[in-house]
Write a protein that binds this ligand. Structure first.
Ligand code: NAD
Length: 263
């Protein structure tokens, strides 16, 4: 049974084949959705187009979400191409490199603004433009991380941006719910991607999580894609305003298993 037969989805945030958004695109494609891709910077086109071709996606457009003009333009093109859409995927995050190392207290005003604008406000900007293209209702999802709730070394201003993204998810869900549009976030465990490589000490995060989470392994892009799939299909019809964890259970731990050397 195909869960997204006849559905149209616009996916923002594929950079390469390691992107979480690509894991989502593959799951959606296998379940019959018609897809459109948007990527952030011109240099990514040569990576994104071949992936789009691989699964027969004809709509591939650049959009820097910090620009209102580019955001307006991509939604105009989407309206012309698709007429209406059912699903919007926001898989975008960015912070200045220097703000993902050292201390949070040293975050510059510019760094704070940049992280919050691109990683959190952009969800609001995309949702506002997507809603009129969803007259039959729809589903909007974004990607978050546990660093929104608890302090994670070096995650710093991205944690604050993810907290804003999660709060925005709830406010958007309340605003758009009466139109039948659901808004949710997926909180993924650490996955090796381009964006993750910008977080200082990321390899240690991967190892730390793998050794301690209940499943004793890290999750991958396809597992996030599969959760996006049920959430955006009719199987998720009663769920909105939620943060759904795909983190091998890491977030349930109050205290990780102490090392054996303490016995
Ligand atoms: P990625 O680098 O593949 O994706 C990040 C995307 O953001 C890229 O496609 C990049 O081009 C895009 N982007 C950045 N600035 C942009 C801008 N101004 N306009 C448009 N697009 C822009 O990495 P990823 O790990 O797949 O990240 C996707 C999402 O998942 C992010 O929100 C990230 O914070 C979140 N996330 C990642 C992890 C992880 O461990 N990888 C864990 C939890 C949540």
């Amino acid at each position: 049974m195909k869960l997204l037969e006849g559905k149209k989805a616009l996916i923002f945030g594929i950079a390469n084949k390691r992107s979480i958004a690509w894991g989502i695109a593959q799951a959606f494609h296998e379940h019959g959705a018609e897809l459109g891709f948007s990527y952030g910077i011109p240099q990514l086109e040569r990576r994104v187009r071949p992936l789009a071709q691989q699964i027969g996606v004809g709509f591939v457009e650049k959009c820097d979400v910090s620009s209102d003009e580019e955001t307006d333009a991509v939604f105009q093109k989407a309206a012309d191409h698709f007429g209406q859409i059912d699903i919007l995927v926001h898989s975008i995050g960015y912070a200045l490199r220097e703000d993902l190392e050292g201390r949070f207290v040293d975050t510059s005003r510019e760094g704070f603004k940049t992280a919050l604008d691109i990683s959190a406000y952009s969800l609001v900007a995309l949702a506002r433009r997507a809603a009129p293209l969803m007259p039959d209702g729809g589903s909007i999802i974004s990607m978050t991380y546990y660093g929104a709730e608890k302090v994670v070394p070096h995650y710093n201003v991205m944690g604050v941006a993810k907290a804003a993204l999660e709060a925005s998810t709830r406010y958007l869900a309340a605003d758009l719910g009466p139109q039948g549009i659901r808004v949710n976030a997926i909180s993924a465990g650490p996955i090796k991607t381009l964006a993750a490589a910008g977080v200082s000490g990321f390899r240690k995060m991967l190892r730390y999580s793998e050794e301690r989470n209940p499943l004793r392994r890290n999750v991958d892009q396809r597992e996030v894609g599969n959760t996006a799939l049920w959430l955006c299909s009719d199987l998720g019809s009663g769920v909105t305003g939620e943060v759904v964890y795909v983190d091998a259970g890491y977030h349930i731990l109050g205290m990780p298993e102490p090392p054996e050397k303490w016995d």
